[in-house]
Design a protein around this ligand. Structure first.
Ligand SMILES: [Cu+2]
Length: 376
């Protein structure tokens, strides 16, 4: 009795201390928000956090996929992303609603969350996917440091990545775009480049170069008041579509199925923006060995390059930032491409038993258990 009473007194005293602590300075006392995982800016990571993230990424290559035992867990995600560009049944019906439509943001949100959960389970570490805010000029040297994503490709070795944890012979690429798949982001013909290592050609786009989006361009995108508009594809006027402006297809005349792959019909003035241009900036399109090749980030199988994850965490963060400004609204409710309507189940995520596989179910990222360190 005495010991129970004593315990109660101790607990009572602790509660008072906790109340005082939370009462001073900390504005939120909602227990639900205190348990959210935080996706941090890459610039905020400690050396240990960088090492843990790298460890988890590499561990994914050593574990079998629970969805398909013929491939490893990392490659499962690459395969889903590549398959999202296939025209199912010869037209665009039945495709995964991952690109060139309103589902771009919710599809990648579910996809990244599944990947984050996988990173945590295979590594046993408390990791989240950090975000790369490419509008911060100082971010480039941190992202591509030798203890994180490694550096640019080496032109004398076919633009192979030869530094950092994912360098040639340390990180194997196994899922390749098929022969018919061209560089997806700016409609340029590239030769198939099925090499088992990462390829990067920073800033190089044929005989010109590209730059990362700046803060003013990001602001302009975040201020577009409408989430998306008909015809719900890559040809929507960016003034009427935050999604299309952020995805970066400005200057296309729509989408088509060509050689079994979803493609865009370009206008002469076309130039990729925002999300797309970051893919091109990392991967590049370059002459190499008598061919024109695209780096991994410029291909449909872009998640082969781990930079994909930190880039897309930032895209997901910008969606959250947009909703903070304009409300948690999503369109279309109906009448859009299959899988991209508000309550459609997004393929291939029908296996999820938690119901978090429709656009409506994930507009609030906290239901997936995470938040961002800072929203612009
Ligand atoms: Cu994607």
């Amino acid at each position: 009795m005495t010991s129970t009473h004593h315990l109660r007194s101790v607990l009572g005293a602790m509660l008072i201390v906790v109340t005082i602590l939370t009462g001073t300075g900390c504005s939120t006392t909602d227990p639900a928000t205190t348990t959210l995982r935080t996706r941090k800016n890459v610039l905020s990571l400690s050396a240990q956090e960088r090492a843990d993230f790298v460890y988890a990424l590499k561990k994914m290559k050593t574990v079998k996929s629970p969805y398909d035992s013929s491939m490893n867990y990392y490659d499962q995600f690459v395969y889903w992303h590549l398959k999202a560009f296939y025209c199912m049944g010869g037209d665009m019906s039945g495709m995964y609603p991952a690109h060139q439509n309103p589902g771009f943001l919710p599809w990648h949100r579910v996809y990244l969350d599944l990947f984050e959960q996988a990173l945590r389970s295979v590594s046993g570490k408390d990791v989240t996917i950090p975000y790369w805010d490419w509008t911060q000029p100082s971010s480039v040297s941190t992202v591509f440091a030798a203890d994180f994503m490694g550096g640019d490709g080496d032109p004398s070795q076919g633009y192979a990545v030869t530094s950092g944890p994912f360098q040639k012979d340390s990180f194997q690429v196994r899922i390749f775009d098929t022969d018919d798949i061209d560089s997806i982001f700016d409609d340029v013909d590239t030769d198939p480049n099925p090499v088992p290592y990462l390829v990067r050609a920073f800033t190089k786009f044929k005989d010109s170069s590209v730059v990362l989006p700046n803060a003013a361009e990001m602001e302009q995108t975040l201020n577009i008041a409408t989430y998306d508009s008909a015809p719900w594809n890559s040809s929507v006027d960016s003034a009427l579509s935050f999604r299309n402006a952020l995805e970066g297809w400005r200057g296309t005349r729509g989408d088509t199925c060509e050689d079994g792959l979803m493609d865009v019909i370009p206008t002469p003035a076309r130039r990729s923006q925002q999300h797309n241009v970051v893919h091109i900036w990392v991967g590049g399109v370059v002459p190499s060995g008598g061919k024109v090749i695209a780096g991994n980030m410029t291909q449909a199988s872009s998640p082969n390059d781990p930079v994909f994850w930190i880039h897309h965490a930032n895209i997901d963060r910008l969606w959250s930032a947009w909703m903070k400004r304009h409300g948690r609204t999503y369109v279309p409710v109906s009448g859009g491409p299959m899988g991209a309507n508000l309550n459609d189940v997004m393929a291939p995520f029908s296996f999820k038993t938690d119901g978090k596989n429709t656009p409506a179910s994930v507009t609030d990222e906290s239901v997936l258990g995470y938040k961002y360190e800072v929203l612009p």
